[in-house]
Each structure stands twice: as C-alpha cells, then as structure tokens.
Write a protein that binds this ligand. Structure first.
Ligand SMILES: [Zn+2]
Ligand SMILES: [Zn+2]
Length: 126
C-alpha cells in the first residue's frame, strides 16, 4: 500500500492526501456529528501539518464554536473534515478516502448519544 491515502469530495473541487499511518477509524455518535453527517461520523485522525491539498477551491468551513469547525465542499456538499482547533490532528471523514484504506473501526465515541435505529459498528484492534 502507498504511504499516503488520497481523498476527495464528490465533485473533485477538494482533493488532498495524508499519511497512511494516521490513526483510526473512530466513530462518533454524538448529536452534533449525527446532524452534520446524517448518521454517525467515521473519521481518521491525520497529522494536521502533513495534510497536503491538491485542490481546495470549494472547501468551506463551518465554525460552530471556538473549539471546533467542520470542513465541507461548497459545491457538492461532501463532508470532509472535523477540525478540533488547537489540536495536532485534523479529522478526515473516512468515507471520502479514494480506494482501499487498510483501516478498520478501532473505537466508538460518545455512544450514549447514538441513534436508536442502528447497532454500534464492530470495533477491531488497530
Ligand atoms: Zn465537491
Ligand atoms: Zn461527535
């Protein structure tokens, strides 16, 4: 497998890559993530300084507190990032990665807020 994972939004207005060693997949079941993603959020924690953009012309940020913002494509609406401001990691939506990731779900977060229409996804060792 290559040393970087490539990712893009549905329309290609945002394209980027990040190291394959990035941590995750983490699934957050909080109400905020469910609103943003239409389901629970599945993300990989990429080192912020090593996320390289090939295209970001349609990337837009929605800041909803001074601690967090979400990045999405203003053209196609793909949900791309959860950014916990001030941390070393930029959370990348697992669903926007192109091709195989070699990753598995390693943790469920804030499960007490999960919707009642699904079971928690199975967790595997990292
Ligand atoms: Zn797009
Ligand atoms: Zn959440």
């Amino acid at each position: 497998m290559a040393d970087r994972l490539n990712a893009s939004c549905r329309c290609g207005g945002v394209k980027f890559s990040f190291p394959v060693e990035s941590a995750g997949v983490f699934c957050c079941h909080c109400g905020d993530c469910r609103k943003a993603h239409g389901n629970y959020m599945a993300v990989i924690g990429a080192p912020r300084d090593d996320v390289r953009f090939e295209a970001d012309g349609t990337l837009q940020w929605y800041g909803y507190s001074d601690k967090a913002r979400r990045g999405f494509c203003s053209t196609c609406g793909s949900r791309l990032f959860k950014d916990n401001i001030g941390t070393d990691l930029l959370m990348v939506s697992a669903g926007v990665i192109d091709g195989d990731t070699g990753k598995q779900i390693v943790k469920n977060i804030l499960t007490e807020f999960k919707g009642d229409w699904y079971e928690l996804p199975e967790v595997h060792d990292a």
